[in-house]
Write a protein that binds this ligand. Structure first.
Ligand code: CP
Length: 309
């Protein structure tokens, strides 16, 4: 069975463990493709995909574009900053105009939680959520879990701590769902003000002590402080945050054990992670980026099989 239980990818919450395993297996074969001299397959020559980015992005947008092109799909890119949204057009009107140009799949990044789900109710095209506000970022979580599996052999039984601004992070929520579905234990770590109240209800451990969290884990996923989503001051200064929660080589050396260090990007070097750690031997940050293309190829390919042609 290579059929996803969903017709759109809105959140990891909607996926079963079997769905995630199908995506990983499909990504394995696409990873072989993107490491060949000819990095392309003709699978989706009849499909047109629109990348609609209403919020800034580097990795996700490039990765989705490359994934679509590696599958031979036609791609159109839309950026809110240079669009008629500035003239008052709504999201649905914008999307409907794009769909009139016979688009089969929409990849949406938007600042409003629920925007991708909302779109599925209004358009016929398949929808992939590329990050909706503070809600979910499902392909990021898939590529993170896939990278852990690649590095450690399995996700099942591993201990993963997510460190930083959990309160404003769609990456954290999608990671919690994905890692738990794949059998990992999850801890979140950061200042009290940046940990959502009642997060224990998601069956995660909570720590406010970086060293304690690192001693517990096999994998540390470092998140940046999302200043653009913070309406009040949650901690005294970035320097104070960095002193308490920034990951340095000295701290890693003190642990006397090997851990894997991840970061979804963009990195704020010298705040949540030093350059020495980000570019050092514990880090799999660039592997995550490479795996992002294979994972997104898999998601696009599997959802395209559900398009009525
Ligand atoms: N990880 C991530 O979503 O990065 P971008 O915001 O650059 O897409």
């Amino acid at each position: 069975m290579n059929n996803l239980s969903v017709s759109h990818l809105i959140g990891i919450k909607d996926l079963s463990r079997e769905d995630i395993e199908i995506i990983f297996k499909t990504a394995d074969s696409f990873k072989d493709v993107i490491n060949r001299p000819i990095k392309k397959v003709p699978s989706l020559r009849d499909i047109t995909i629109a990348n609609l980015f209403f919020e800034n992005s580097t990795r996700t947008r490039l990765s989705f574009e490359l994934a679509a092109k590696r599958l031979s799909a036609d791609v159109v890119n839309f950026s809110a900053s240079s669009s008629s949204l500035k003239k008052g057009e709504t999201l649905v009107d914008t999307v409907n105009n794009i769909l009139s140009m016979k688009v089969d799949m929409v990849v949406l990044r938007h600042e409003s939680p629920g925007s991708a789900l909302y779109l599925t109710k209004h358009i016929k095209a398949k929808v992939i959520n590329a990050g909706d506000g503070t809600h979910e970022h499902p392909t990021q979580a898939l590529l993170d879990a896939y990278s852990i599996k690649e590095k450690l052999g399995d996700v099942e039984g591993k201990k993963v701590v997510i460190i930083g601004d959990i309160l404003h992070s769609r990456v954290a929520l999608s990671n919690i769902y994905c890692l738990q579905k794949m059998g990992a234990e999850v801890m979140v770590c950061g200042p009290s003000a940046l940990i959502p109240k009642h997060i224990e209800k998601l069956n995660v451990k909570v720590s406010h002590n970086l060293r304690e969290a690192l001693m517990w884990c096999d994998v540390a996923n470092m998140l940046r402080i999302q200043l653009e989503r913070q309406d009040i001051q949650y901690f005294p200064s970035l320097r104070a945050y960095s002193m308490q929660f920034g990951l340095t080589k000295e701290i890693l050396d003190e642990l006397n054990k090997e851990i894997v260090v991840m970061h979804p990007g963009p990195i704020n070097r010298g705040v949540e992670i030093t350059s020495e750690v980000a570019d050092g031997p514990h880090s799999i940050i660039l592997d995550q980026v490479e795996n992002g293309v294979a994972i997104r190829m898999a998601v696009i390919y599997l959802l395209a099989s559900k398009i009525e042609r």
